[in-house]
Design a protein around this ligand. Structure first.
Ligand code: GAL
Length: 859
């Protein structure tokens, strides 16, 4: 009997384990086949978006991830940034914005998956491509090739991250959210792998084996790596990946970087990518067999501190992404893509069941049909850039605008066309206010500032002397942007260089920027640009008889992050440095003289960025437009919760800290060139990073994000280091707010995706609807600034009536919308009457939202 009872106990325990185990651990088996990633036996269509955790704050992460989920994402993709986590060899840092585990768990908490791109080479417009600069000093090392010291370090770090994730049970195979991992990054891109010769190929194989040996239990990918060995999946990066094919029929077609816009450089105009084109690229990818697509970036964020790569990548990494730098949804981008995702998901069952059957419907017109048994989904594309077309498909007629895809989840009804936007547009604005709101006159604000002068030239005991000119990165190890090259030279009375108007100093530098001080005074500056970092400077200088000091301040603006052997690009004044006398033709080359070097600034050594030094001077004569000045002030945070930026207009170049946290490099005087911009870029036709630019002739970046979580309500410290000279009293706050809410929908638009009814034979009966919704909780539509049904023109903020317009549009829209959080109005003659027969009409509306006023309570 006892045996029996024991047996029963074992049986009960076994039963409990069988029942309870799946409840307590959600281990997912992630594999793949030629069609898709397979999660727990199910092929999946997955929409993914990149959010790089250190480009925002942990306080922002839950909201960013929730907005990603609301936008229809299934997966969040991020790189892992080696140089953040291991700033000094074997000293790891996973705190704050570097808390990778917390980030991955935040994504998991929202129920999304993670694609962890360990790299550890990242590119990503990140300093040195993500490699720690100490790696450069490992004896015998050559990066990203079949080199033992490099491979040992790469393996050690990759294993460290895999172990960290495993320790926290974060792989899907352990019940966590990570379904994919990436090793390396775009090594197979044009000319990179081949530049390393045959060692490149053996490195790829080594990296693949090394990754697989770490046994994560989930698949690995290599992007832009046509020769990725099995079982690694090679994936595509680019503005379009519909034509991409993986290197084996056993692997799914996946897109790891669909560039949602492009990055901004200091000195460059701001790139943007019209959502019609981005939506087109996504729909084309799913049309032609793709099953995982990732937006790079979904939230770009901010390059805080000295994290930007480059050189010359700006501090903002907004990227024209669906979530803007501040984490607010960018409309209509976010909303239209959300609709695209819903439309694609309506096709999921058909997409994963089979390969598409692709056929031509005429020149530039292509149909793809996914049909098995009872399921059928179709995509109809017009890849022509000029004309709209009408196509016949399955006996029905469809109007296809140029450069667009229509999605038909039942092979009959169009749920979405990529060029027809149902989503509302929001025009954000910045409201400016002075840094010190309770003090109005600039005089009074000035009195709130204190300052410290940074000495010109050598001031630290760590300075050293060397013959000749030194390369900068080897000298500073990137401990600072700054390296002083200082020379004392004796000019004899009979030398030709005493004639000031006729003497020039010639300096050549690998970059990235340079300030020349002669006898303590700024004599000239030079800077490179994102296309060419080098600086060649020729400036008139005035020397005096006897001792003269030439102090050259050379600085980096983010280390190179891309290209074969990019780590060897170098920076700083490699020469020649020459004195020339125009009058006599005499030239003296100073390059091989005995130079004195100082890495970094005195203020950096003293830790001035925290604001807590006894040396701050506060007198009424605030120095303005003086180079090399540290400034400090106190301020109260702007009221409310809207995201905050500081507008650095009035300053030159430098770095800024709020309560000791670096906002990044500011450089509002670097202005984009005057040409190449268009505010209404034609989305039809292939996009490139220079196709759609705005902000020409204006500073590349004036506004710098200050995360709310870095601010207390009062008594915050702002510290700046200004290199060139500026007026800190001109600095102001800007709070990010939503201005107008607009929408423009025509009679030929499909109904909103969410009105799709799979059971109804006609799919969508509602007809086109214009939808508006206030973005923030507690808001209602307070007024309709414009409404026109007929042939209105213009864009949000500048709509105008066309020749044809219904007289009741404003009244109808006001009645439907004012006082509500959201509203929908039928875009049809049934709602408005017909102001012009035989013409396709549209409805354009501009509305504004305000907080709902507290209701008066009558007793
Ligand atoms: C890709 C690279 C990314 C990023 C992107 C441009 O080539 O993989 O890391 O640098 O270009 O934003």
């Amino acid at each position: 009997m006892i045996m029996m009872r024991g047996g029963t106990t074992v049986f009960v325990l076994l039963l409990w384990w069988l029942l309870a185990a799946p409840l307590t651990s959600y281990c997912a088996n992630v594999t793949y086949d030629h069609r898709a990633l397979v999660i727990d036996g199910q092929r999946r269509v997955l929409i993914s978006g990149s959010i790089h955790y250190p480009r925002s704050t942990p306080e922002m992460w839950p909201d960013l991830v929730q907005k990603s989920k609301d936008g229809g994402l299934d997966v969040i993709e991020t790189y892992v940034f080696w140089n953040l986590h291991e700033p000094v060899r074997s000293q790891y840092d996973f705190e704050g914005r570097k808390d990778l585990v917390k980030f991955v768990k935040t994504v998991a908490d929202a129920g999304l998956y993670v694609h962890l791109r360990i790299g550890p080479y990242a590119c990503a417009e990140w300093n040195y491509g993500g490699f720690p600069v100490w790696l450069h000093f490992v004896p015998g090392i050559v990066f990203r090739t079949d080199n033992e010291p490099f491979k040992a370090e790469m393996k050690r770090f990759t294993a460290k991250i895999v172990d960290l994730m495993k320790g926290e049970k974060l792989y899907a195979s352990q019940g966590g959210p990570i379904i994919l991992s990436q090793i390396e990054n775009e090594y197979g891109n044009g000319g990179i792998e081949s530049a390393y010769g045959s060692a490149g190929k053996s490195y790829v194989n080594w990296a693949a084996n090394m990754a697989v040996s770490l046994d994560t239990g989930v698949p690995w990918v290599m992007c832009q790596q046509a020769d990725a060995p099995d079982p690694i999946i090679n994936t595509c990066n680019g503005f379009y990946c519909d034509q991409f094919k993986p290197n084996s029929n056993q692997k799914p077609k996946m897109w790891t970087e669909n560039w949602s816009g492009w990055f901004l450089s200091f000195g460059g105009a701001a790139p943007y990518r019209p959502v019609e084109d981005l939506a087109f690229s996504v729909a084309r990818f799913f049309q032609l067999g793709g099953t995982l697509q990732n937006y790079y970036m979904y939230h770009g964020g901010t390059n805080f501190g000295r994290t930007t790569g480059g050189p010359f990548i700006s501090t903002s990494y907004d990227y024209d992404a669906p979530l803007d730098e501040y984490g607010l949804i960018r409309q209509p981008k976010w909303g239209h893509l959300k609709d695209v995702h819903k439309a694609v998901k309506l096709c999921e069952a058909a997409l994963v069941a089979t390969d598409p059957t692709v056929s031509s419907l005429g020149p530039n017109l292509e149909a793809a049909v996914y049909k098995t048994g009872s399921t059928c989904a179709a995509f109809l594309a017009n890849v022509g850039t000029q004309s709209d077309a009408t196509v016949k498909f399955n006996g029905n007629s469809y109007r296809l605008p140029a450069w667009s895809v229509s999605i038909l989840p039942d092979c009959k009804n169009v749920v979405l066309n990529t060029a027809k936007i149902n989503s509302a547009t929001m025009v954000p604005s910045f409201i400016h206010q002075s840094l010190n709101s309770n003090v109005d006159s600039s005089e009074a604000i000035a009195s709130d500032w204190s300052w410290i002068n940074e000495p010109v030239g050598i001031s630290l005991d760590s300075a050293f002397v060397k013959l000749g000119l030194l390369e900068q990165i080897n000298t500073t190890a990137d401990k600072s942007d700054y390296l002083w090259y200082s020379l004392r030279t004796n000019i004899k009375g009979n030398e030709p260089f005493l004639d000031g108007s006729q003497t020039v100093l010639h300096v050549e530098s690998l970059g990235h920027a340079l300030h020349v001080f002669i006898n303590g005074k700024l004599a000239g500056s030079g800077k490179g640009n994102s296309g060419n970092a080098k600086v060649a400077l020729e400036i008139p200088i005035a020397l005096s008889a006897g001792k003269n000091t030439i102090d050259l301040l050379s600085l980096t603006v983010g280390l190179q992050n891309y290209g074969a052997f990019y780590d060897q690009t170098g920076a700083g004044i490699t020469g020649p440095v020459k004195l020339k006398s125009a009058k006599s033709g005499t030239t003296v080359d100073l390059s091989s003289q005995q130079w004195t070097y100082q890495v970094g600034l005195q203020g950096e050594e003293l830790g001035l960025s925290s604001g807590s030094s006894s040396q701050w001077v506060s007198q009424s004569t605030l120095p303005k437009n003086q180079p090399l000045t540290w400034y400090k002030t106190k301020f109260d945070a702007p009221a409310g919760n809207d995201p905050v930026a500081i507008d650095f207009t009035g300053m030159g170049k430098g770095e800024a800290w709020v309560n000791g946290q670096s906002l990044g490099r500011y450089w509002p005087v670097y202005v984009a060139s005057n040409s190449g911009c268009t505010d209404s870029c034609n989305y039809r036709g292939s996009y490139s990073s220079s196709k759609c630019l705005k902000n020409c002739g204006k500073p590349s970046q004036t506004l710098y994000h200050v995360p709310r979580s870095w601010l207390q309500s009062s008594g915050n410290t702002l510290v700046l280091f200004e290199e060139i000279g500026g007026d800190p009293t001109k600095i102001s706050f800007a709070t990010r707010q939503i201005g107008s809410l607009c929408s423009h929908v025509s009679e030929s638009h499909p109904s909103p995706v969410d009105t799709w009814d799979a059971d109804s034979t006609s799919g969508m009966k509602a007809g086109p609807l214009l939808s508006l919704e206030c973005p923030f909780p507690g808001q209602v539509i307070s007024s309709i600034k414009f409404a026109s049904f007929g042939t209105p023109h213009g864009t949000c903020g500048s709509f105008g009536h066309g020749q044809c317009s219904s007289s009741n549009a404003l009244a109808v829209v006001q009645k439907a919308c004012v006082g509500s959080k959201s509203c929908r109005v039928g875009v049809s003659i049934n709602t408005f009457g017909d102001p012009c027969k035989g013409v396709t009409k549209s409805l354009a509306v501009e509305a504004s939202c305000t907080k709902r006023h507290a209701q008066r309570i009558h007793l």
